[in-house]
Design a protein around this ligand. Structure first.
Ligand SMILES: [Zn+2]
Length: 252
């Protein structure tokens, strides 16, 4: 399973940002210096007029930072793993130095409106590490590092799926936002939620085994005995009732 999130979510460590001006727009933009129709070589993110912190994505290095000719405070960070360099522009203040090594979650600076900006926002730019044209950073799916493809991810997702069913994350967009904020792929969680619910709709009751479950625990939950449960699910569990596996779907 691969988890991807928007760069802005990772940079702000929150997801209530909004796009105020997309990449590539040639629509006239009003600035302090008047109307400009320049190609927009980044994506602008609004922050409710607040000076939110901006944080490093992962291990990288500050290529340069300081004050640009238009007065904007900026930082260029290079991230070798993803082969991208990222520009943070219009910062209110800068918390790093050129040449500094950074790591995930390190505070780089605060969102501001320095330079030609009409309000507090982040202008985010992105290029390949070795240069070239600006790319649309909003179109880029940042792939979280250290996501392994082992059972662990599935274990977490089943836990979360049950919490979703219990109503812990609300519904619709609220749910998706909360899950995304926690670093989960909301649609992967939803798939498991659906899997559990679809089984339950078919008359027979089903239960998906989660972390730390035992047959006795499950039996207790559904007011039955582990012996009856085992009898019902022998074909799935096999010879040893102690060996139920996470993600197995049991009848009860
Ligand atoms: Zn911009």
């Amino acid at each position: 399973m691969v988890i991807k999130i928007k760069l802005a979510t990772k940079i702000f460590k929150r997801n209530d940002w909004y796009v105020t001006s997309p990449f590539g727009s040639r629509a006239p933009i009003k600035t302090k210096k008047g109307i400009t129709t320049n190609f927009h070589n980044g994506c602008d993110y609004g922050t409710n007029g607040e000076k939110w912190g901006q944080y490093a994505l992962e291990n990288g290095k500050i290529l340069s930072c300081g004050i640009a000719s238009d007065g904007a405070k900026f930082i260029w960070v290079n991230y070798p793993r993803i082969n991208k360099k990222i520009l943070h522009y219009h910062l209110d203040s800068i918390c790093v130095k050129t040449g500094q090594e950074v790591h995930e979650g390190l505070l780089l600076g605060y969102t501001g409106s320095t330079g030609m900006a009409t309000g507090i926002h982040l202008h985010l730019g992105m290029k390949n590490s070795n240069g070239g044209e600006y790319e649309d950073p909003h179109n880029y799916d940042y792939q979280l590092k250290n996501i392994n493809h082992s059972e662990t991810s599935k274990i977490d997702l089943i836990e979360i799926a049950y919490e979703v069913i219990a109503g812990k994350y609300g519904n619709g967009k609220t749910r998706i936002d909360k899950l995304t904020n926690m670093g989960y792929n909301a649609s992967d969680v939803q798939k498991i939620v659906n899997e559990i619910k679809n089984k339950e709709l078919k008359g027979t009751n089903f239960y998906m085994v989660k972390k730390d479950d035992t047959l006795i625990k499950i039996a207790k939950k559904f007011g039955t005995t582990w012996e009856k449960l085992y009898e019902l699910n022998k074909d799935i569990i096999g010879n040893n009732p102690d060996l139920i596996k996470i993600g197995q779907i049991l009848k009860y």
